[in-house]
Write a protein that binds this ligand. Structure first.
Ligand code: ADP
Length: 293
């Protein structure tokens, strides 16, 4: 069982020939609405990758909350422990132009009420195989979730996105850190990703390298780069979420981490082939197919 504690937003995506300038109104064309936020995305990614995925997070009492719940549930995510907090759901207002350039406004709404952990949530975490967190909810909540994981035998994965400095109390509770190059630089305060510095903080690190795949390293152990699957990248949105969700599932199934990284690369590649965000997250069959070719 993969327990994801994190953010959930409704993504409101409008497409237009060009982005409006400040004060300007542009007549757009297509509009779509889909679940978003790294927490919800990774919970969906894990469910589609064949994991038993449980989402812990806060949604609002508005109609977006109802839709978010329904969409997560339809994607196979266990939403029984999701909180509903009075007020607005998290919303991302996203404008995309025909060249793929975007402007995004995120209104955290209910996500900012996820400031502590209930006993029920702590129990769910402690009974999981893997806890997966990101950084779109308060850091105190992430730390409390990782502490709850320690009460059980739940392994912890922190996907340190978006990039932010990490308190030592949290790092001490992380079994596996997943970062892209920018996040790695932010954590260690270096101009290039410094694997040795990361391994001084946590015992295992996966560094995602976009079209170059991912590097897996462990303290006093292996350090290997696993190449990406060669695909035509149509849209790299949510590639990191597809990768991390699949990685959690594979690790939860007891697979070796290097093998899990290879499978996660397949999930990332299957995601970038398609246009879209959470709607582009691959199924287990699509991931396996990428590997068998
Ligand atoms: P993020 O989107 O979080 O910055 P990356 O860009 O590193 O993360 O992508 C995450 C993973 O998605 C990579 O490790 C890789 O497995 C896969 N991926 C991303 N871009 C490509 C690409 N162009 N071709 C194949 N796989 C890709």
């Amino acid at each position: 069982r993969i327990v994801v504690a994190g953010s959930a937003n409704m993504d409101l995506v409008g497409l237009a020939e060009r982005l409006p300038l400040p004060g300007e109104t542009v007549l757009g064309d297509d509009f779509v609405m889909m679940p978003g936020g790294k927490g919800a995305n990774q919970a969906i990614a894990a469910a589609r990758a064949g994991g038993q995925s449980v989402f812990l997070g806060a949604i609002g009492s508005d109609s977006f909350g109802v839709t978010l719940n329904a969409r997560l549930n339809a994607a196979g995510v266990d939403v029984r422990h999701v909180r509903t907090s009075y007020g607005a759901s998290g919303v991302a207002v996203i404008m995309v132009d025909h060249a793929g350039e975007n402007s995004i406004l995120v209104s955290p709404g209910a996500n900012s009420t996820f400031t502590d952990l209930t006993e029920d949530e702590a129990r769910v975490i402690a009974s999981g195989d893997v806890l997966l967190c990101q950084q779109e909810i308060p850091v105190e909540t992430v730390t409390a979730a990782c502490r709850a994981a320690r009460y059980g035998d739940t392994r912890t994965i922190l996907n340190a996105a978006p990039a932010r400095e990490l308190p030592i109390e949290l790092l001490e509770l992380v079994d596996l850190l997943v970062v892209n190059e920018l996040e790695a630089q932010t954590i260690t305060g270096s101009a290039t990703p410094d694997m040795a510095a990361l391994l001084a903080l946590v015992p295992r690190v996966v560094l995602t390298l976009g079209g170059a795949g991912a590097r897996y390293a462990e303290r006093d152990g292996r350090d290997e780069t696993v190449p990406a699957f060669p695909v035509e990248a149509t849209d790299t949105t949510a590639a990191g979420d597809a990768f991390t969700g699949a990685l959690a599932v594979a690790w939860g199934e007891g697979r070796d981490l290097l093998e899990a990284v290879r499978w996660a690369n397949a999930a990332g590649a299957a995601c970038v082939r398609k246009l879209g965000a959470s709607n582009a997250l691959p199924t287990r069959a699509e991931i396996d197919e990428m590997i068998t070719g």
